[in-house]
Design a protein around this ligand. Structure first.
Ligand code: C6P
Length: 419
């Protein structure tokens, strides 16, 4: 329910007060109020996150794990505190299971280049869905080529719902790893990770979850999911760019070789050889992204204060409203589940006569930011017999009046093209 000022009251978020935390939402684009609907690509940053970065550089800046001086100790404490906040946020049993990476893509590559490199042999198979982002396809393709392994896909129906029966048969005794998106960045589908994890574990495989689109938007509990590895990016959850997370079970991480070599990831180096530091440092070679870890901690604090259940409810509410409004146009087809309760706040759509890039450009003239293109999921988008789609994606600061602006913007664009 929305009150007279545009607040979503029933979902527990005070959207007006949230919006006041985001300076960029005051911007005008081509003289219009910014309507930012490209949150699946990256989210905007609240003052609290921006301030944590300036505070860090103004008050704390020093290298971590290296100094005995006050600044270095404070930087180390803050860097490790952020790690433990992230661990709590996804209910990881131990903070040393949180590895800082650059982003989801690097987290996925890390597992392909270390765990899978060590465990996949010729004749094995790697299983993914047909709705993956390129970052969860290409590393596995390359590994399969290198190892003589097979890359298998399991199907989904035309509504973007996974065919679990098919998945159960595609995953077999030669499956070593299953790597699945928790929520599709194109279809919005939320996939049944625990069921897939059960099947993976039954055949002795591990399951990696691409949580780039889920951790920012819904409560995610790695233990409930029964996952083995999970990857996400801070920039999609109010945090800075350039930092991401790999979570892995300690027993798996312990057995994996390092991904990169250098300072901080070693215990001892001689002229002849070296051995590796304890977790998580074994995977964090060189000076890490300290400032952005502070920023990620601030982003986690912000989301935790709102409550992830409330965040999810707000987005579901907005998604249901947006689907109804967009479909009322009759000129637009929405990809993904028809039932809004089966999806997150990502709506990809195709107009029957306006190319997505033209639509995106026309909407930008009205201050509305959406994404257009293949959304880094080329095989999936092409499977719908198109090369591009338009996509609106929501976050905590979006309102129903912004959805109205989008729908009016599409109508206006239709008027312009049909003139
Ligand atoms: N999707 C989008 O507009 P990085 O770029 O490493 O932070 O995240 C990669 C990634 C992996 N998996 C999924 C499901 C994703 O959605 C993304 C990023 C953005 O849809 C940018 S392409």
């Amino acid at each position: 329910m929305i009150d007279s000022t545009g607040n979503t009251v029933s979902t527990g978020l005070n959207v007006n007060s949230i919006r006041a935390d985001f300076p960029i939402l005051q911007r005008k684009i081509h003289g219009q109020n910014l309507v930012y609907l490209d949150n699946a690509a990256t989210t905007q940053k609240p003052n609290q996150v921006i301030k944590s970065l300036t505070d860090y550089y103004e008050q704390t800046n020093a290298n971590v794990h290296r100094g005995v001086h006050t600044l270095s100790i404070e930087a180390t404490d803050g860097y490790e505190l952020a790690r433990s906040k992230v661990a709590d946020f996804i209910n990881a049993p131990r903070s040393e299971e949180i590895i800082w990476t650059r982003n989801t893509s690097e987290s996925l590559n890390l597992v392909a280049a270390t765990w899978a490199e060590n465990n996949v042999v010729a004749g094995d198979n790697i299983v993914i869905t047909a709705m993956e982002h390129h970052s969860n396809i290409v590393p596995w393709q390359q590994l399969a080529f290198k190892k003589g392994a097979e890359l298998r896909y399991f199907a989904h129906n035309s509504d973007g719902i996974i065919d679990l029966e098919h998945a159960m048969t595609v995953i077999d005794e030669r499956t070593k790893i299953l790597s699945v998106t928790h929520m599709s960045n194109v279809l919005g589908t939320v996939n049944p990770i625990s069921e897939l994890a059960g099947r993976a574990h039954d055949v002795g495989a591990v399951i990696m979850v691409d949580a780039a689109q889920s951790v920012p938007h819904m409560p995610v509990d790695v233990q409930d999911l029964d996952a083995d590895f999970l990857a996400f990016s801070a920039h999609k959850m109010l945090g800075p760019t350039g930092i991401g997370v790999l979570w892995g079970k300690v027993s798996l991480l312990e057995d994996m070789p390092p991904y990169m070599f250098g300072g901080d990831m070693i215990l001892e180096v001689t002229y002849e050889d070296a051995n590796w530091n304890d977790l998580p440092y074994k995977f964090e070679a060189g000076t890490p992204n300290i400032a952005d870890a502070f920023g990620t901690g601030a982003a986690v604090d912000y989301l935790s204060r709102l409550g992830m259940k409330n965040v999810w409810r707000h987005e579901q509410d907005l998604t249901a409203y947006a689907m109804e409004r967009i479909l009322s146009l009759d000129t637009v087809k929405i990809l993904g589940p028809k039932d809004p309760s089966m999806r997150g706040g990502v709506i990809s759509f195709i107009h029957d006569s306006i190319h997505p890039h033209d639509l995106g450009t026309a909407l930008d003239q009205q201050g509305i930011a959406i994404r257009t293109g293949h959304h880094c999921a080329m095989p999936l988008v092409r499977s719908y017999d198109v090369v591009a789609a338009a996509r609106a994606s929501f976050y905590i600061y979006n309102t129903k009046s912004e959805v109205d602006a989008l729908v009016n913007g599409i109508s206006e664009t239709e008027g312009y093209f049909n003139r």
